[in-house]
Design a protein around this ligand. Structure first.
Ligand SMILES: Cc1cc2nc3c(=O)[nH]c(=O)nc-3n(C[C@H](O)[C@H](O)[C@H](O)COP(=O)(O)O)c2cc1C
Length: 167
């Protein structure tokens, strides 16, 4: 599929129970967290998926050293328990792959993994990250989302492959 196909489904997942962001570190360890914020579009003439990750997340450390990441938006109604778990527990304390009994698939690069199952999968090459300047946002958003700092880093991923898996 083209990276922008099924955009509505991706947004449905992000607005709903979320999607899985999976990152592998240089030692082959994999961490998965739930995301509700992401953007797909065109930057630098490239198809880009941007994810927003707070510095306090264990995933942030993984991404700061990674070359790739993946985003998996499960088909509607699937993986609700795992999305809740990966969105409330840290990889510092749990091996989430083991606890959730994910079967991981290897992607187009040897350090790309994503959980098996029906839904949308985006495999991305990390182009870089930039810290969001919360100071530039309207006061209401600052107060709601950044009362104690911890402003997200925006990580830009060039979409290498986008697929809709039926099973
Ligand atoms: C539905 C949902 C959406 C979330 N979206 C994000 C997000 O976009 N960015 C973020 O930094 N944290 C987000 N979180 C919180 C992280 O998933 C959560 O803090 C997680 O435990 C971090 O795991 P880690 O420490 O292993 O990286 C979300 C949580 C839920 C439940």
């Amino acid at each position: 599929m083209k990276y922008c196909d099924h955009f509505g489904e991706l947004c449905g997942a992000l607005e709903g129970p979320g999607a899985f962001l999976t990152v592998m570190d240089k030692r082959g360890r994999v961490n998965i967290m739930t995301i509700g914020w992401a953007q797909a579009g065109v930057i630098w003439g490239l198809p880009v998926l941007t994810v927003l990750v707070r510095p306090s997340r264990h995933t942030h450390l993984f991404l700061s050293r990674a070359s790739h990441f993946s985003v998996y938006a499960p088909a509607t109604g699937m993986r609700a328990k795992e999305l809740a778990f990966c969105g409330s527990r840290s990889g510092r304390d749990y091996d989430k792959v083991r606890v959730c009994a994910f079967t991981l698939k290897e992607g187009v690069k040897k350090d790309i993994r994503y959980p098996e199952g029906p839904g949308l999968v985006y495999q991305c090459g990390l182009l870089g990250g930039t810290k969001l300047s919360a100071g530039n946002l309207p006061a209401a958003l600052r107060a709601k989302y950044y009362p104690s700092g911890d402003a997200h880093t925006m990580y830009f991923g060039k979409i290498l492959k986008a697929d809709k898996h039926l099973k």
